[in-house]
Design a protein around this ligand. Structure first.
Ligand SMILES: [Zn+2]
Length: 213
């Protein structure tokens, strides 16, 4: 199976934003990160799809209407499109990998990486590189089954990771975001990304990390 060609699926389920509200309704920087990753894969000829939180008419899908990273997303057109791409990849013998992009608003870390239950080993190298580049301001945490996209990926035997980028350019500059995306691309293409581990192993490895969400 290791010889299978990779197909990268980038999801940004909370990237649907309303520009006019004074309060936070979305992951305002997740789309920027997703587009950057998409362009980097595209540039080096790696097949890739990007799923921003938009409907067929380009209107934002708001988290307040439907959270595309929770179970109710399963019946949405948006998730069905992701599903269709996975099925197509299986049909033609390509290996799907999912990068689920989010952003967060606090002033602390520059990035967070959520280990997907069932997939963790390749992320240690990704984390180390990112943390070195972003001067120790990256946190590695254990994701949970509440995160629908990564959970579904594991059920379908697809490696995935949930990536959180800081929303403030004053914390994570444009240059740092680009460097981070380049590191993510490099590690996503590493052969070890194909490794899948059992949930039990994930739990024991995550024992020293705190769970979030
Ligand atoms: Zn999010």
């Amino acid at each position: 199976m290791e010889g299978r060609k990779l197909y990268i699926i980038i999801t940004c389920p909370h990237s649907g934003c309303l520009s006019s509200t004074g309060f936070r309704t979305c992951d305002s920087r997740a789309g920027e990160a997703g587009i950057m990753l998409y362009n980097l894969f595209h540039k080096i000829g790696i097949p890739c799809s990007l799923y921003l939180a938009k409907d067929d008419f380009g209107r934002p899908i708001l988290r307040s209407e439907v959270d595309l990273n929770r179970k109710p997303a399963k019946v949405t057109k948006w998730y069905r499109k992701v599903q269709r791409q996975i099925e197509l990849n299986n049909k033609v013998g390509m290996k799907s990998v999912i990068l689920d992009c989010h952003s967060f608003p606090d002033e602390g870390k520059k990035m967070m990486i959520f280990r997907t239950p069932g997939v963790f080993d390749p992320l240690m190298d990704m984390f180390t590189d990112l943390n070195t580049s972003l001067r120790g301001m990256v946190e590695l945490v254990c994701g949970t089954d509440d995160n629908f996209i990564t959970k579904q990926a594991t059920l379908l035997n697809i490696p995935s990771v949930l990536l959180e980028f800081n929303e403030y350019e004053s914390v994570l500059s444009k240059t740092e975001l680009k460097t981070a995306c380049e590191i993510i691309v490099k590690h996503t293409l590493s052969p070890t990304i194909l490794e899948m581990k059992t949930k039990e192993e994930h739990k024991s490895v995550c024992a020293d990390l705190h769970s979030v969400f």
